[in-house]
Design a protein. Sequence first.
Length: 393
Amino acid sequence: MMAKVPNYNQGGDAQAIQKIANSYYGSYRNMFEVHGWDAPGNRIMTSAPKLIVEAYGSIQRFEELHEPSEVMSPMEAIYSDPPNVWLTSFYGFRPEEWGLLGFADEGRRKSFLEGSKPGVLVVVYGAGQASKDELGQVIGIQQCSHQLGHARQFMAPHEWNAKERDPERTHKWNYAVKATRAWRVTPESRINVRDFAPEATETEAWQHIGARGVRLTKQEALNILRLDLQETDVYGETEIIGSTPGGAKEILAPSKAGPVSQNAFVTRESEGPKHLYILKLEGDTDAFLGEPANDKAIVKAGFSKSPQTRCDDHNRALPRCAFRWKIHHSGSNSGFHPYATSEHAKAGERAMQDVLCREPDGRSLGGEFFLANNQLIEEAWTKGNLTAKEYKK
């Protein structure tokens, strides 16, 4: 039996477009500006259907990509009234290792949750121990769910260990809200936080901003669209396959492509069964590391629908030289069935990383990269697969 095709007519199209323009972008003019469309003021509404079909393929596809969801999209967050956009400070911006927004106590976290909605954008400026060129500058944007947990759940194991060993940071920021997406601000487009958010920073209550966060005004939220952004990995989320910088209007707009692509500048691997893998860097490890490796290997631990594709992706990022990534272990090569969901694979990935950063036989090289001896690598592979296999939500 054939599926019923929705009946779209001129009046229905116009109503659908107007609803999206107002609720998602704030106005027709904003929608045109975000997409780079041009039309005389008196022809904006009549020009919209043709331009939408050219960009999205159909009005139906345009509607599908703008359907309301439980998690507010970035553009919705910016244009909502009041904006679902907050400001806070970090000691740096490393969402690939810190996939969270942390608070010192439950009261501060509760206040943030009550004042925001899932999908909230958190604009981050550098403070405290941030590098000199990041201090006082807007350096990143993080999108957060309302999923709660302990900070350790959403941090790379080596970063958690480093935090707890540091007397200045131990036991801090453990009341966590999970991050789902993140974007770095390109160094060339960074803005001083006082210029970016003059009202939010007027009282110079820096400690309050860092500890609790403050909501931005409509104009301050719109300043996001002045930035150039590059999407980056978030710890615990599906890895980004490719990412290039672009203007925020394009980067944060909904995708015009299929369900896998997030927008024209980044691709994420689609949801579905996943294999764990460990890649090993082949070549002179001492030379690559810049110090004696002492018979240890540089490895990358992760998960993917296709470990071989991920290996090829990493090799494409290298010049043609004596160094190449090779699959050391993968579920597909080992004859394992893929794990049912990303959640299973994430649990296995974290278990592998917990083992690989165990000193003195291993240590983190940042992100999903480690230096470890063969015995530790084998232990990590065994532990990761056992954890993924036994994972229960």
